[in-house]
Structures are given as structure tokens and as C-alpha cells.
Design a protein around this ligand. Structure first.
Ligand code: ZN
Length: 241
């Protein structure tokens, strides 16, 4: 089994957790009561943070096990302990507050009906919760590659059919320890961080090699990175992705 195959497997494990997280977030939404936002929204937020932290523990534990398995498969024998990343409390607060901020639009600004804003806040809240948890899981892998003398760096695994933002980032290949590139993700992003160890080469999976081909082809006569990104996006759409 290749690095990419195991990455896809770990991605599925993480997505399984996200399905459960989304169900719990849906149940929590009942706390928010129309006409009582001042009391119930902060209550909801406190409960949501607890749920996210619980899922972060599960997701980062799975990420650490995955890292250990990869490390062993790469033949590293020196002892190393993966530290589990957590969700910074101020990040959780900021993200969850952003998800529900439209509930507070003053009537004078003629906002959309409250039912509509509740629905969209709920969708945003699930996306935000998933990102908080997944960021912690990916950070667990990425931080470990920085701390582990046996690791060379990490690579982004984007699934087939990923959005153009992620496809573009996945084209970059492996990011080595001396680089300061951070893992960029959007809400509902399923991309995964793959550790690359000494003696290993990141081999992108078939669908990424196809993106690379599309990119080369689409940007042959294009100058400037913005124009290149636009050309790649168009070509991906034309290719039915
Ligand atoms: Zn992604």
C-alpha cells in the first residue's frame, strides 16, 4: 500500500468522525431559541466548544496513530511521541461566533427572514466545527513532522473531485520541514496531511497526476500566477471536475 492509499484511508476515517460530529452539532442546535438569542446562543456556543474538543481528541488520536504507522512503515526506529494538537479556545470562539453573527443583524438593515438566517447559521456552524476538529488533526501530523528528526515534511492529499482551491494546493507536492507553508483549508475541506519521512518520496496519486497534466497544458501560454490559476480553474471545469 502506498502513502497516498493510506492517506485516502485516513481521510475516510476522519470523515467518518465528521459525520458523527455533524449529527451532534445538529442536535445541539435545538438549544438556540427564537426570541431568546441573548441567553441561548452563548449556551449553544459553550456546548458546541465542548463537543468540538471531544471530537478533536478522537480525531487527533487517530491522526497520531496514523503518524506512528507511517513512521514505522518508513523504517524509523528511534523513539518519538506525537503530541496531540488541540483547538485554541480563542479560535473556537472566533469561528463559532462568526457562524451565528447574522442572527444579530438589526431589523433596520432589513435582513433576510430569521428562519433563513437560522438555517444558514446552522450550516456555517457545522462547517466551522468540522474545520476546527480537522485543523487539530492535520496540525497533529504537521507539528509532528516539524518535531521529528526522521520526518522530511508533509504533503497535501486532496481527494479526486476536490475543489479547485485544494487541487491547486495539492499540485505543490511535498512541503519540506524548512518551509514555513501552512496548511490552508476551507470549511467542509476534507484534505489530509501526509507525513513524508527520510528515504521516502511523495508520489501523488493518479488523479493528482492528471491535475498536473491539466495544469501544464492549461498554463503553457499563460504568464502570471493569477492568470495561471484562472486558466487551471477553467480547464478543470472543462474536464468535468
Ligand atoms: Zn480541501
Amino acid at each position: 500500500m502506498s502513502l497516498a492509499t493510506r492517506a485516502a484511508e485516513q481521510q475516510r476515517t476522519q470523515q467518518g468522525l465528521m459525520v458523527l460530529l455533524a449529527q451532534e452539532m445538529a442536535a445541539l442546535w435545538q438549544i438556540i431559541t427564537l426570541g431568546e438569542f441573548a441567553r441561548t446562543v452563548p449556551e449553544w456556543q459553550a456546548a458546541a466548544i465542548v463537543v468540538c474538543q471531544r471530537y478533536a481528541l478522537a480525531a487527533t488520536t487517530a491522526a497520531a496513530d496514523y503518524y506512528d504507522t507511517e513512521r514505522e512503515a518508513a523504517g524509523a526506529v528511534s523513539p518519538f511521541t506525537v503530541e496531540l494538537a488541540d483547538i485554541p479556545p480563542e479560535k473556537a470562539e472566533r469561528s463559532l461566533s462568526w457562524a451565528v453573527k447574522d442572527l444579530w443583524i438589526p431589523e433596520a438593515e432589513e435582513p433576510p427572514p430569521i428562519e433563513e438566517r437560522l438555517r444558514s447559521a446552522q450550516t456555517k456552524a457545522v462547517g466551522v466545527a468540522e474545520k476546527l476538529v480537522e485543523d487539530a488533526a492535520r496540525d497533529t501530523v504537521i507539528d509532528a513532522t516539524h518535531a521529528d528528526p526522521q520526518a522530511r515534511g508533509w504533503a497535501r492529499y486532496a481527494r479526486a473531485g476536490a475543489c479547485d482551491f485544494c487541487a491547486l494546493l495539492a499540485l505543490r507536492g511535498a512541503v519540506y520541514s524548512e518551509d514555513t507553508v501552512r496548511f490552508r483549508a476551507h470549511d467542509h475541506c476534507t484534505c489530509w496531511a501526509v507525513p513524508v519521512f527520510r528515504g521516502q518520496q511523495w508520489e501523488p496519486p493518479e488523479h493528482v497526476r492528471e491535475w498536473q497534466r491539466i495544469y501544464r497544458e492549461a498554463t503553457r501560454d499563460v504568464t502570471g500566477s493569477r492568470a495561471a490559476r484562472a486558466a487551471f480553474r477553467r480547464a478543470l471545469t472543462e474536464a468535468g471536475q
